[in-house]
Design a protein around this ligand. Structure first.
Ligand SMILES: [Zn+2]
Length: 284
């Protein structure tokens, strides 16, 4: 059921593998700005969910846990995304909204490795890495950001979108969580800044009400790597600001599945009970 005028917009930026404990030491002014206007709070990957990108991102964008969406690893085979679709697909198919998803990790966007996670947004963008190196992934994220800037600048109203940035996680896998990893997180923040500027440049920005959600899927061990249950691996986070999210009031409990629920709520859509979402809107 729709309860809001058609001015609500949502941007979700997913940055893969960003450790919460390192953020205070790093120059991330754009993320800090969102935290200041709203909140930045930890999320613990629940015990049923492998601390892997496939299952964690599936939970973030579907609003249901692994028992329902069936994504247990970085191959998405055997998933039940036809029953539990991502929000960009459901909004476009069932809610009369226009959506986009853009990024460079193949199983999220392509029919590869059991994907795609984003089945049918209104617009879909994929940028292939030229090789599997941290440098190539930084280039991918830069191009993904450019693609998203373009989409955000279009005349057509896109109500909700997801932008995936993967270089931070790749850097940790190749080089551990040292200087290069920290620099990559700061580069991701500059890309977040470009996306926020693209939102503010929209001709109709003054008439729109934007919710911005930034989320990571899991952490990393110091030497790089994840998949286990150590605190460094299972600690993720969500930052968000927008209508109804007052400054400084962080939710008491926060789950990855809450992101999709918050997207629907921010757009004035009451989730249908048949969707059986496990997440709930942010309770601040
Ligand atoms: Zn990873």
């Amino acid at each position: 059921m729709d309860t809001a005028p058609d001015t609500a917009r949502v941007l979700v930026v997913g940055i893969d593998g960003v450790r919460l404990d390192l953020l205070p030491e790093l120059g991330t002014p754009h993320l800090d700005g969102i935290a200041h206007e709203g909140f930045l709070a930890p999320v613990e990957v629940d015990a049923a969910t492998p601390t892997m990108s496939g299952p964690c991102w599936a939970t973030v964008v579907t609003g249901v846990g692994v028992a329902k969406h069936g994504v247990w690893g970085n191959r998405l085979d055997g998933n039940r995304l036809d029953v539990f679709p991502d929000f960009t697909t459901r909004l476009a198919a069932d809610c009369g909204r226009r959506t986009f998803a853009v990024g460079g990790w193949a199983p999220l966007f392509l029919a590869q490795q059991g994907g795609p996670l984003f089945v049918a947004p209104t617009r879909l963008g994929y940028v292939a890495p030229r090789e599997d190196t941290p440098e190539a992934w930084e280039e991918v994220d830069t191009r993904v950001t450019t693609d998203a800037e373009h989409l955000l600048g279009l005349d057509e109203d896109l109500h909700a979108g997801f932008v995936y940035l993967g270089a931070v996680d790749e850097t940790a896998h190749f080089l551990g969580c040292g200087a290069e990893y920290r620099a990559s997180i700061e580069a991701a923040d500059r890309r977040l800044g470009r996306l926020l500027a693209a939102v503010r440049r929209r001709p109709s920005y003054e008439q729109e009400r934007w919710t911005v959600i930034v989320v990571t899927d899991h952490g990393h061990r110091d030497e790089g790597g994840h998949g286990g249950r150590s605190p460094l691996e299972r600690t993720a986070w969500i930052a968000a600001c927008g209508p109804g999210l007052s400054a400084g009031a962080a939710p008491q409990v926060l789950h990855h599945a809450d992101v999709a629920a918050q997207v629907y709520t921010a757009l004035g859509i009451t989730p249908d009970p048949h969707w059986t979402l496990d997440g709930a809107p942010f309770r601040v």
